[in-house]
Ligand binder design. Structure first.
Ligand code: G3P
Ligand code: CA
Length: 252
């Protein structure tokens, strides 16, 4: 599938499963990805950060405290230490033994089982750290099934320079004064806005579409709001409830 993801006329918005099916299974794990896949979500959104020894892992927070049985900042823990953590018990005892996935494991899982990845480069990354992410994507032959997104402009610039084939999405909590100029400057395929921000300035969808840039909205879990966003023409919805959104889309 095209990773640019401009919504075809008459089609519902694309479903992006936020941290996998994070309302039903431990976020940012292969289990939550599988639940989302079974629910019919083609796209998984996950967050990526490096270990102390430079291995990209899938984790949202800058520490492992909330979502594993360990403690500490991910950037101060080695891959061997991260591999020993339990990333499922915090969610429910049935998920004991779930591992924190490396980006490599996640890409391999998607490659073999199906699905595409909205890959968020979480937090500031050096050029070398971005290079490692790009290398993993290429090594797994997933470049045509990944959309890279970040709040970090520098991370997007590094990605553009290192891997011009990868489409880019800029995450914004509030829209830029001139989002089209920003999109052109960064070479964006997508502009990924917080739902509140879109409510405050709905015209941004038309402005970006006129420039050929997709608009995806996060993180939206209420059907009444899905309806409003779909009517406003957004291209994708990032949700913690992918099963429900996929079901809603199927009835479109
Ligand atoms: O995909 C958008 C959303 O994930 C950004 O916020 O904090 O959940 O990574 P956060
Ligand atoms: Ca994210």
């Amino acid at each position: 599938p095209s990773a640019a993801r401009l919504r075809p006329t008459g089609a519902p918005p694309t479903v992006y499963a936020h941290r996998g099916a994070s309302s039903a299974a431990p976020e940012n794990t292969l289990v939550s990805d599988e639940v989302a896949r079974r629910a019919g979500a083609e796209w998984i959104e996950d967050d990526v950060q490096p270990s102390r020894d430079g291995v990209p892992y899938v984790l949202h927070d800058d520490t492992v405290d909330r979502t594993t049985d360990g403690t500490g900042r991910i950037r101060e823990l080695t891959a061997a230490q991260l591999d020993a953590l339990d990333a499922g018990s915090w969610f429910a005892p049935a998920y004991a033994g779930t591992r924190l996935p490396t980006l490599a494991a996640q890409l391999e899982d998607l490659r073999t089982r199906g699905g595409s990845l909205l890959l968020e480069i979480k937090g500031p990354h050096s050029r070398d750290e971005v290079a490692r992410i790009v290398q993993e994507v290429r090594d797994h032959g997933m470049a045509d099934r990944v959309l890279v997104q970040s709040f970090e402009v520098d991370a997007l610039r590094h990605t553009r320079e290192l891997a011009p084939e990868l489409p880019l999405g800029l995450l914004r909590s509030t829209p830029d004064a001139d989002p089209v100029a920003v999109a052109r400057d960064l070479g964006l395929a997508a502009y990924n806005l917080a739902d509140d921000a879109l409510s405050a300035r709905p015209g941004v969808v038309g402005e970006l579409h006129a420039a050929g840039v997709a608009v995806n909205v996060w993180t939206v879990d209420r059907p009444a709001r899905w309806q409003v966003l779909a009517a406003a023409g957004v291209d994708g919805i990032i949700t913690n409830r992918p099963a429900e959104l996929a079901g809603w889309s199927a009835a479109w």
